[in-house]
Design a protein around this ligand. Structure first.
Ligand SMILES: [Mg+2]
Length: 329
């Protein structure tokens, strides 16, 4: 492992900085088809390919007490993983849950969490096959989900210059929901529901994996960050047209920047060659949601440039945008 000073703290480098240090040194087995750094790992198991992904919900980091019902927590712990399976065009099969609960946690709520998880798994065709329960100062729910993939999984790395960039649904509502809950933990309504009850695009992912998408990722960290992830993996640049980015009237009113930087929408972002995109546009009625073209991949040297109409704007991926008032409204 590279040089890490004794004083280094995780805040200084973040998750991606940590992964940059860790990944080059991980031992990779021969059966690993796609290793760390994509939405799921892909491993060869006999003649089949398996997808593996894991994600956690942690009180204080992902939600505060009272924001979600126990049932919603259980469902969401599963669904955030399902979204990663969707992003590879896969089918969910088996999951396990590792939960940590504080002293005094009501058994009834724990049962409801498990019920929510089991229901969400069943609805998507997967089974809960095991778990672990431990004590922890704060509630955490960590799910590992294993899936199958019928053909070739769609990775983040297959995008080519010239490919069009598409996204499903509307962006920014989940982040707006978080803002509303921060103001009032009892807030309800469409945006809060988008945060509390994600709807991963499983069917769309499967459809796109049949020779349509060249690269795909789910939008969990925010559009700009996830577009950066996809472009880095594909070694390409991109031109993003923010006036095309689909968002609800509520997001447009509250803060349109949320559609670019807000996380947890669990929509799909993918790239597709122009020729295949006209075929895909003809299949529109087969999709169970809307989708929108929002830009085009470019050579790597182009970088990632953001346009509002014909005007180039600067927005960094964390959304700290000093000129926001002029650009986005
Ligand atoms: Mg993902």
């Amino acid at each position: 492992m590279g040089q890490v000073s004794k004083q280094a703290r995780i805040e200084a480098i973040g998750e991606s900085g940590f992964l940059d240090r860790l990944l080059p040194n991980l031992p990779l087995h021969r059966g690993v088809l796609v290793g760390p750094g994509d939405d799921c790992a892909v491993i060869q198991s006999g003649r089949k390919k398996l997808l593996i992904t894991t994600d956690a919900l942690v009180e204080g980091a992902h939600f505060r007490t009272g924001w979600l019902s126990p049932r919603q927590l259980g469902r969401k712990a599963y669904l955030v993983n399902l979204s990663d399976i969707a992003a590879m065009g896969g089918t969910p099969r088996f999951c396990v849950l590792s939960a940590g609960v504080p002293h005094g946690f009501p058994v009834r709520d724990l049962m409801r969490i498990h019920r929510g998880l089991a229901d969400a798994a069943r609805e998507s065709g997967a089974a809960v096959v095991g778990g672990n329960l431990t004590h922890c100062e704060r509630l955490f729910l960590s799910v590992t989900l294993i899936g199958g993939v019928p053909g070739q999984p769609v990775t983040r790395s297959g995008g080519r210059p010239g490919d069009f960039i598409y996204v499903t649904g509307l962006l920014g509502d989940a982040a707006l929901g978080v803002k509303l809950l921060q103001r009032d933990p009892k807030a309800r309504g469409g945006a809060v529901r988008r945060f509390a009850e994600p709807q991963p695009r499983l069917r769309v992912g499967q459809l796109l994996s049949k020779g349509l998408a060249s690269a795909m990722i789910d939008v969990s960290d925010g559009l700009l960050r996830d577009l950066h992830h996809l472009c880095a993996a594909s070694r390409v640049g991109a031109r993003l047209e923010i006036d095309r980015v689909p968002c609800s009237a509520a997001v447009r009113r509250a803060d349109p920047m949320l559609a670019l930087t807000g996380g947890e929408d669990y929509e799909l972002l993918w790239t597709i060659s122009p020729r295949r995109s006209s075929h895909m546009e003809r299949l529109r009625q087969k999709f169970d949601c809307t989708f929108t073209r929002i830009g085009q991949l470019m050579p790597r040297s182009y970088g990632i440039r953001i346009y509002d109409g014909r005007r180039r704007v600067r927005v960094d991926r964390d959304g700290f945008d000093h000129l926001r008032g002029e650009q986005m409204r």
